[in-house]
Design a binder for this molecule. Structure first.
Ligand code: FES
Ligand code: FE2
Length: 318
């Protein structure tokens, strides 16, 4: 029986870093419970498609090759374009118009490669904005940590609004004071004030989180450091998540990276390792017994439920 009562939510998800696939290269991926192929055409555009060739089922990610702006199957050489159409069968004068590769919209932005997943192939319903700082010379390169977690995306995302767990799981005495928690369409914002205890005394800081759908968020830290965590969570299947924490920090005037950055990365990774055993063993309770100071958990769940698609194609398909 499935551990979670929800399907894979739709949204933009990181499937790779841009440097993982050079022009002319092909890479197999496994996300959304599907076999996928990532390839970059000779012009530099990245493509994400279902990997199983509609001819006789070969996996295009293992031995497939790029020919200009087509991907060629390793089994019998059929070629498909970036929109998934069969454009050449090398041993036939005619193409097979029914042979199509499902193609995912792709965004290459903020130092990551994103694909849009929707279970019934609806087009992207929002955009992931360009985030200030990422890739700019005054900010460091990404320091990236990756995690594979046996949980569902919603269960992990619920952490942000679960204020009480910070003390018990993470041992933080100074819990951030939430100033605003706003939900607007697929976007969520949590603005908070945070006190940092340093050898020089207590320093006021901020932690401001912006979410862009279920798979992408930014966390800005300020006060003792000016840093940004560009976090992505991508479902491998409906009970496994691939999380990537991409951390960038404002460089010092001499161009070097503040020593404090290492501490922040270690702290964030440590917190993740504290959360993971809880997530991997907890159960989803649809009707939890809550305390009145628990944080906006049910509000979060109502917000998140918008990312579960209803199959309204079934009626029209029959
Ligand atoms: S299986 Fe791909 S060309 Fe035959
Ligand atoms: Fe946590």
């Amino acid at each position: 029986m499935a551990r979670f009562p929800f399907p894979i939510p739709f949204g933009w998800y990181q499937v790779a870093f841009p440097h993982e696939v050079a022009a002319g290269e092909v890479k197999p991926l496994r996300y959304f419970g599907r076999d996928l192929v990532l390839w970059r055409d000779d012009g530099g555009d990245a493509h994400v498609q279902d990997a199983i060739c509609p001819h006789l089922g070969a996996h295009l990610g293992y031995g497939g090759s790029v020919a200009a702006d087509h991907i060629a199957c390793p089994f019998h050489g059929w070629e498909f374009d970036g929109a998934g159409a069969c454009v050449d069968i090398p041993y036939s004068d005619r193409v097979n118009r029914k042979a199509k590769l499902h193609t995912y919209p792709v965004l290459e932005r903020n130092g990551v490669l994103l694909a849009w997943y929707h279970p019934f192939d609806a087009p992207p319903a929002w955009d992931v904005p360009v985030v200030d700082g990422i890739g700019e010379p005054e900010f460091s390169d990404f320091m990236t940590s990756e995690f594979t977690v046996k949980s569902a995306l919603q269960e992990m995302a619920e952490n942000t609004v679960d204020l009480a767990h910070f003390r018990f799981v993470h041992g933080t005495d100074e819990v951030a004071v939430v100033e605003a928690y706003e939900l607007e369409g697929p976007f969520n914002t949590m603005l908070s004030a945070q006190k940092y205890v340093t050898p020089k005394g207590v320093v006021d800081g901020r932690i401001d989180v912006h979410g862009y759908g279920p798979g992408v968020s930014t966390t800005h830290f300020s006060g003792i450091i000016d840093a940004l965590l560009f976090a992505t969570s991508t479902p491998i299947d409906d009970e496994t998540v691939h999380a990537r924490f991409n951390f960038t920090v404002r460089r010092k005037p001499d161009g070097s990276v503040p020593r404090l950055a290492e501490y922040f990365v270690a702290m964030i990774n440590h917190q993740m390792h504290e959360d993971i055993p809880i997530w991997e063993h907890k159960q989803h309770l649809a009707v939890p017994a809550l305390a009145d100071t628990d944080g906006p958990i049910m509000m979060f769940r109502r917000f998140f439920s918008q990312f579960y698609a209803e199959d309204d194609t079934m009626a029209s398909a029959n």
